[in-house]
Ligand binder design. Structure first.
Ligand SMILES: [Cu+2]
Length: 150
């Protein structure tokens, strides 16, 4: 009887610990479409909050002509300026090393039905942090959004 109670208590404890771990980071699921749009254009977070962004390409058009990525930029960075620089950086997977200092977190180019995650801490300073898809033409087409830290 005593052993049984210990096992039950251990199981409950394990469940609690697992639950805490899973709930540790704020989960944000973003779909990317052939229409050059993100399903999520606004993410809200507290300063320093841990966030896991999962990007899924829900389109059908091949990666070479309709790939999508997710690039979170520092506050004050012009999304179009970053996108213009990235557009000519095909060899660097549209993430130019020359602009790496502008980037806070990123998920590389995904083809149809591919999915990838990135976990990062929201900046400690309140503000508005733009994110874009830097595949050529996509930011201009509206494939962008903002992380609001407050
Ligand atoms: Cu895109």
């Amino acid at each position: 009887m005593k052993t049984k109670n210990i096992i039950i208590t251990s199981l409950l404890l394990l469940t609690t610990i697992t639950g805490l771990t899973a709930g540790d980071a704020k989960a944000v699921a973003i779909s990317a479409f052939d229409t050059m749009k993100f399903s999520v254009t606004k993410i809200e977070a507290k300063p320093g909050e841990k966030i896991t962004v999962t990007l899924r390409n829900d389109g059908n058009i091949p990666k070479e002509s309709m790939g999508h990525n997710w690039i979170l930029l520092k506050a004050g960075v012009d999304p179009m300026a970053y996108a213009n620089s990235a557009a000519t950086a095909k060899a660097e997977n549209y993430q130019p090393k020359s602009q790496a200092k502008q980037v806070l977190a990123s998920i590389p180019i995904l083809g149809p039905k591919e999915s990838k995650s990135v976990t990062f801490s929201a900046p400690s300073a309140s503000g508005s942090y733009p994110f874009v898809c830097s595949f050529p033409g996509h930011t201009a087409a509206g494939m962008k959004g903002v992380l609001l830290v407050k």
